[in-house]
Design a protein. Structure first.
Length: 95
């Protein structure tokens, strides 16, 4: 298999939970946005995804969804293409 025929891989990350077990920390920010080593935890995960050669990431958001798009925008600053899918009505664990 050549690199031209290699399958395209996307990453899907579910980041819409309310983080109730980490309250009161998650009252002001969604769990994936809590600082870890000075940056949001999700930043570390996105860096690992990029290092693995994955370019397209779908973030499944819900709780405080706007925070993710404000911080990561289209993903270009992180060398990624980030797409947002927002669950407007909670559908339970994993949407």
């Amino acid at each position: 298999m050549t690199s031209d025929s290699a399958p395209h891989t996307d990453a899907v990350i579910l980041v819409g939970g309310q983080g109730t077990r980490l309250r009161p920390l998650t009252l002001s920010a969604p769990k994936p946005m809590l600082p870890t080593a000075g940056v949001p935890f999700l930043t570390h995960l996105l860096a690992r995804i990029r290092e693995a050669g994955i370019k397209h990431v779908v973030l499944g958001t819900s709780f405080k969804a706007e925070v993710f798009e404000q911080h990561f925008a289209d993903g270009s600053d992180f060398g990624l293409e980030i797409e947002y899918v927002t669950e407007t009505e909670p559908l339970g664990t994993g949407g």
